[in-house]
Ligand binder design. Structure first.
Ligand code: CTP
Length: 402
């Protein structure tokens, strides 16, 4: 059968927390195992009240871990570290509000939470809890925060819950959880052999050595795109203007300040790129009469002469052979019209446009929304979501079409 061993050679640590849906973990283990995965189960103390470790031990063919001082993999190794290193992915199913909230705060007070903190592999949560708990703003904010850091969530379903309430919070179907894990592994390699160039953040145009003109771009959108591409196996060159956010791991980071510096670095890297995501908010004008020394406030008025900076993306559009160019446009009105004009004038393959006058999208926000247009005339509406989720969607939409 074609799909039988899609997970062979994959090491999965399954974390089970204390909710009634814990009984479904047995089915998850069984189905992942049938796909060829190696599974090690870690249970919280509360999970032990809902399902017997013996069931999971038998199904997984491995000891079940539930206490930091028991069941050592090797006598000389520490469980949470060796499990964290062993895992290609950690799946927490069912994930209670408690484990999600502990992860958000970096609390590591039992084997499962320490393993989550110690792993560098992807952690996927499949939440299951009462509707009101799920919709509690604290839990929602913890989920959004973790998503932004790259933790993934398999949405729960709506239905009758164990407590008798009706609503969201039912553990996703076991088949959907297994499919998510399989898709995750496909995703980690679908960009290998690709070289991606991403620009992010604002540029600074200096008036004198200590003052500059800039814009409020945080760099989050571009950093999320760079991170998503790196996680999917791409070699990523990230050319970044000044930002205060943590750079993604596994990318080549080049820091620049001015539009001119960004132009030079992008032109140098362009020949090896197959896809360019040009999400930086480049200053359109630089200061022509930049002062060599700090200006003194001797005059009542002052004039600055600005001159146009090179349009980096337009230049890439002129030079491109078979590279895919993805432009970004931040607009405050007539967003579709301006976006389509830029798509055409800069010879782009895609343009993502957002309305930066909205409260929930654009500069300095954690969320964003907009429309992705393609050269072929497709129009993909992308609703409000975290910048990380949006980055996944944009990358998916681009890959689907090339
Ligand atoms: N861009 C660029 N170089 C510039 C200006 C913009 O590479 N000097 C790129 C941006 O990175 C973005 C796209 O062009 O991907 C659109 O940027 P935007 O500022 O919205 O548009 P402009 O072309 O500058 O047009 P305008 O400011 O008139 O809206």
């Amino acid at each position: 059968m074609k799909n039988s061993y899609q997970l062979s050679n994959k090491n999965i640590v399954l974390g089970i927390t204390g909710g009634i849906a814990a009984y479904k973990a047995a089915d998850i283990v069984s189905k992942l195992k049938k796909e060829g995965a190696q599974i090690k189960v870690v249970m919280t103390k509360n999970a032990l009240n809902f399902i017997n470790p013996l069931t999971l031990e038998t199904l997984s063919g491995n000891p079940v871990y539930y206490d930091t001082f028991e069941h050592r993999l090797n006598a000389w190794e520490i469980d949470h570290i060796s499990l964290a290193k062993w895992a290609d992915v950690m799946l927490i199913a069912p994930a209670t509000a408690n484990i999600i909230s502990k992860a958000r705060c970096g609390i590591a007070d039992d084997l499962l939470s320490t393993t989550i903190m110690a792993t560098t592999s992807k952690v996927i949560f499949a939440p299951a809890m009462n509707t009101n708990m799920l919709h509690n703003p604290i839990v929602q904010s913890n989920i959004a925060y973790l998503k932004d850091l790259g933790y993934e969530f398999i949405s729960s379903e709506s239905g009758i819950l164990a407590c008798g309430d009706f609503g969201d919070g039912k553990l996703a179907k076991v088949d959907d959880i297994v499919k998510y894990v399989k898709d995750f592994f496909l995703r980690t390699t679908d960009m290998s052999n690709m070289n991606v160039l991403v620009t992010a953040g604002p540029t600074r145009e200096y008036i004198d050595p200590v003052r500059y003109i800039s814009n409020p771009s945080s760099g989050k959108m571009g950093y999320s795109i760079a991170q998503v591409c790196a996680e999917r196996g791409a070699t990523v060159d990230l050319v970044s203007g000044p930002t205060h956010i943590t750079p993604p791991t596994g990318v080549n980071l080049y820091r620049v300040e001015t539009a001119r510096e960004m132009y030079d670095k992008v032109m140098e890297l362009f020949p090896r790129a197959q896809i360019v995501f040009k999400s930086a908010a480049v200053g359109d004008y630089g200061v022509e009469n930049k002062a060599k020394h700090k200006l003194k406030k001797t005059k009542d008025t002052m004039e600055l002469k600005l001159k146009k900076n090179p349009d980096i993306l337009k230049e890439l559009g002129n030079q491109k052979t078979n590279q895919i160019l993805v432009g970004f446009a931040a607009e405050t009105r007539d967003i579709e019209e301006y976006a389509l004009k830029k798509l055409q004038e800069k010879n782009l393959d895609f343009i993502f446009v957002n309305d930066v006058s909205r409260e929930d999208a654009g500069f300095e926000r954690d969320t964003n929304a907009g429309i992705l247009f393609t050269r072929e005339g497709d129009r993909v509406e992308l609703p409000v979501q975290t910048k990380r989720e949006l980055a996944c969607r944009i990358v998916d939409e681009v890959l689907k079409r090339i």
